[in-house]
Design a protein. Structure first.
Length: 82
């Protein structure tokens, strides 16, 4: 889903959120498969090949060997969480 616009509740002091659109689907190499607009809400549908993703993961060591479990401390530092 491509969200565009502003959502908030000014009456309760909520600063709200701005949605910019431009949602996209990219292949394992970052090439755009499909991209939504920045001026209207829309549903973006794209066909993804799980076999291509798996092949890329197996053949590119930096994707195969990445440690997703090690990301949380980095995120905590960035978000100021403990």
């Amino acid at each position: 889903v491509n969200r565009v616009g502003f959502e908030g509740h000014p009456e309760n002091g909520d600063p709200g959120l701005e949605f910019w659109g431009n949602s996209f689907v990219a292949d394992p190499f970052g090439q755009m498969v499909s991209e939504a607009s920045n001026c209207k809400e829309e549903i973006l549908v794209a066909e993804c090949d799980p076999a291509k993703s798996e092949e890329t993961r197996r053949n590119w060591p930096f994707l195969r060997d990445r440690r997703i479990d090690a990301y949380q401390p980095i995120l905590n530092r960035w978000l100021g969480e403990k």
